[in-house]
Write a protein that binds this ligand. Sequence first.
Ligand code: ZN
Length: 511
Amino acid sequence: MESKIEELKARLREIRDLEGAAALLAWDQHTCMPAGGAPARMRQIAILRRLVHERATDPGLGRLLDELRPYEESLSYDSDEASLIRVARRDYEQAVRIPSDFVARLSEHTSATFQLWREAYPAGDFARVRPYLERTLDLSRQLAEFFPGYEHIADPLIDLQDYGVRAETVRAVFAGLREQLVPLVREIISQPPLDDACLHQFFSEQQQLAFGSEVLRRLGYDFTRGRQDKSPHPFTTSFSIGDVRITTRVAENALDEALFGSLHEAGHGIYEQGIDEKFEGTPLASGASFSVHESQSRLWENLVGRSLSFWRFFYPGLQALFPDQLGNVSLEAFYQAINKVECSPIRVGADEVTYNLHVLMRFDLELRLLEGELSVRELPEAWNTRMAEDLGIMPESDREGVLQDVHWYNGVIGGMFHGYTLGNILSAQFFEAALRAHPEITGEMEAGNFATLLEWLRENIHRHGRKYTTFELVRRVTGDELRIEPYIRYLRKKYGELYNIADSNVNQTIA
Ligand code: ZN
């Protein structure tokens, strides 16, 4: 068995290294590549992806995984080797089910759709991309059909991002969440709005970046094993556990853009940097799932980065850096500014409370599209109706509506959006568990010390990499199933205080 395990690791390392090379080319493309490099770069990435696909679906790998099955079954589920074989087999089985000519067709179609969307989006011209989106919906259904035996047609699509998470489970969780959020948003909106004008002054890029790096360093993002660059759309990418990079974008008239964007990406980066080194070169060397990844970015961005404790430490430094802009803005006023709730038609940049309503809507629409209950033609109208119901606003055009997110125009329909809100829910559940184990974390944050929190995350979540699925991890970490209550408690307490809303119905709504 020893030699078979070694052979498996060697094969998987090759796949990992090819993926790492492709990721590096993509990182370069989005950060520093001159425009002239684009045509060749697309070819270079495509050939690497093809090599990855060939190796990932090699029948030899399948045979090896079969031969290792009895050995896997002799080991405990939690052991590193059983986990490696299990996750490698899951990847293999997913990859071989999808025929390569379908992969090629889908990728050709998505790049054509994306090109068109780039023109249709600024023009707010949904009719232009509609036939393409109809084809995307077709292809998304076909993709699901390669995995027969599902309960809901979205399940196989979710499995590709978040293994084992079922559409019906998410639908039930989200319905419960919506029931809490819609009234909470109403209560908040009925109060006088908070003032965030202090964030919208001139803040030089260089000073913003310097401040941001200092914050990230203190949180625990390791610059000897990563770096931060600028890109039009912020992202995190990893070439190995020792090289996890993040990007940011800076707006000189909006202080929150780079700051919270960086905290968000650093959360992703800190997660990947914290994976146990022994998993290097294996499929276990990445985050557990899209939603768990998002839980880490949201935890640092929101639960930590938008908390009063955090700014008790960092705000004097920020004021000293920008005395003209913030010298006369009190800590409390700044805290209110970064937590202003506002019903806006745009998901990106939405506050913590309204954000999830944007996601819940997209998830529901995706399910209805996949179920055949809603046609692409009816989509813009369904979108706008739901915006009016949940947030009380009407997008002015499809640019502010159904065209605003790239996801459906650059991939399949289904499997992605739910992860953003599951991530938010999980961030609160994990943070509550951390505080239960270490109530001193809040006090430490006020002193600019994040070591206990980071250590707890490392120990309970990061080091395991992809060993456990989302729900397995939640159970291990919190001793409980995924629940919305910690998240609702968090939002109610924080925003109840910020907006002077009595929390009389907290207990009653959660009971
Ligand atoms: Zn993220």
